[in-house]
Every structure is written in C-alpha cells, then in structure tokens.
Write a protein that binds this ligand. Sequence first.
Ligand code: RIB
Ligand code: CA
Length: 328
Amino acid sequence: MVNAQSYPRPIIIDTDGGVDDALAIIMALNCDRFDLKAVTVLAGNIDVHQAANNVLRVIDIVQPKHPPLVAKGCEKPLLRPPFNAAGIHGADGLGELHRFKNADGTERYPQLTVQPSSENAIEVLLKAAEEYGKDLTIVALGPLTNIATALQTNRNTMQKVGRIIIMGGAVTVPGNISAAAEFNFFVDPDAAQIVMESGIPLTLVGLDVAMKAPLSRQAVEEYAKQHPSVVSQFIADCTEIYMAFYRDNEGFYGCYLHDPLAVGVAIDPSLVSTESVYMVVETEGKFTSGMSLADRRDRRDETAAPPNVDACLDVDADRFLKLLYELI
Ligand code: RIB
Ligand code: CA
C-alpha cells in the first residue's frame, strides 16, 4: 500500500487541531520511522489560529529533538460556511486546558510564547511535494481544504506526493456528524471530492475502522497513574471533555481514536485490511452532503470508474492500541 522506503520517512501532518489530532501528533513526534517535516494547520474542529496554537502546545509538551515547522493554512472551507466541533473538543479544541492548575496553584498550561511559522501551509505542502516527491506521505487529519487548495494552486507539483492517508469518510457505516457524513468530509465536501479526483494514491481511514478501536476513560486514567509524565497528564487533561461527550452521547465513557489510527496506518499499514474502491464525495445533497460513496457493486465498470482509494474496512485493534501506548 505504501512504497517500500528507507527510514526515517518524510511525512507531513495536516490537522484541524483537536483532541484526537493531538494524540496523533504525539505518536508521530515519538515515532523514529518518521521525519515529521511540518505540521500544516487548517480550520475544522476549531479555528485555524487556535488549531495552530494547539499544535504548538503538543510540541511544547513532547519536546521533540527536532520540532517540526507549524504553518497555518485555510481559515474556512472552499465553498461552505465554516463549521466547527467546539462542542466536542472544548472551546479551545483541547479540552479547555485553562481549567487545570498545578499543586502550587499555577497554570498547568500557561500561555505559549512560541508562534507558528510565517510560511503559508499551502506553500509548505507544495515545497515538500517538490522536494520529496514519491517519498512523501501526507497524513490528513482534518477537512481536506489545505490539500485541495494546494492541488488548485499547482496540481502537477502536488500530484508528485507519494500517498495521502486520510482520516475521513465512511464506507460501510453511517456518518458521525450526520447520518450520511463523517465530520472532515462534511465540513468541506468540495475539497474532499477534489482530492478523490487528484490521482494521488489515497488511503482512507474512515469510521469503519476508527470506531473499532475505542479508548476508555478508565484506561487513560490508569495509564496516567502508572506512567506519570507531562505527556500522560496532558492526555488525561485534554481528553476529559472529549470523553464526556462520548459518555453523554455515544453511551461509553471514552473516545474513538480517529486521527491516531491514521498515524498508526502510516506507521504500519498491516494494522488494517483495505479494499480498493472507486469513491466520490457528495457535494450537492440536501441530506447527504459530505457522504463518501464507494462503488462496491460486482458489476461496476472499472474503466468508467477506476478505483481511486484504498479504503480501510477492518483493523487489528489490539495491535493498534499496543502501538499507541508505545508512542505516547
Ligand atoms: O470524524 C472525526 C474527525 O473529525 C477527526 O479527525 C476529528 O479530529 C475531527 O476532525
Ligand atoms: Ca482531526
């Protein structure tokens, strides 16, 4: 599914700065198989400025030897009005970290002094595509607005990218933000369809697999007790509101690991089984906007509708969770 390559591999994470994005970025920062060149940011879970600040917060918590460049991109979807998930990820997108204090009463997460790069995310994506070409993997954890804009800006260059691993969509299960659509595709269906038509090798890490590897609140709290650290405390803190949303709305006290699974698939594609399908994303539907529709008919015409996505349909959840714990 991914080209056989030497390690560390150049990757870029494109993110909308929410709670599961943060866990995914922690994994990527701690993975020695990755050379995380940049984190490009856009509006989705939260506005692009807060999302960039959240990425910088994660980098400040992890303190990697070589911090990646953080570059802001699109402030809103290509055509649709902005739509966020502050009700799920907290008003700051990271579980409202201002609530937490140290034993001495000081802020556990004080205001950051570091700023994102002045470079624009679209330029960062295109420069990396030009420099790394087929060696580059982009892991897209939010709406696909940045990637679609890069394609609209310089399609030939962007098409040099080796693979895009997309957290988004759903093939055999309902949506999450609507009956038909997963959040990232719902926010910017036009961008998602542009990426579907791009010709770039795509892996779709959709709700079909993301919802098969939940993480319980109890597991997070136990982990933080058994492995006390700045990172494990941050994970317990930033997931508190996110997990309460699942407790109150999805019937279990925990959360799905959408974005961490996308990073997991980038690290070890054998975690999932995939089906190569022809996929489109609905951009017109009154009730179905953002729906990812895969043509899985036996009689489909593969010349008229050639497969364009490796869609993940199953996951070895135990092996993925083991990898998650190794990397947080
Ligand atoms: O539907 C889940 C996706 O939407 C995740 O990437 C989450 O962070 C939100 O962006
Ligand atoms: Ca996300």
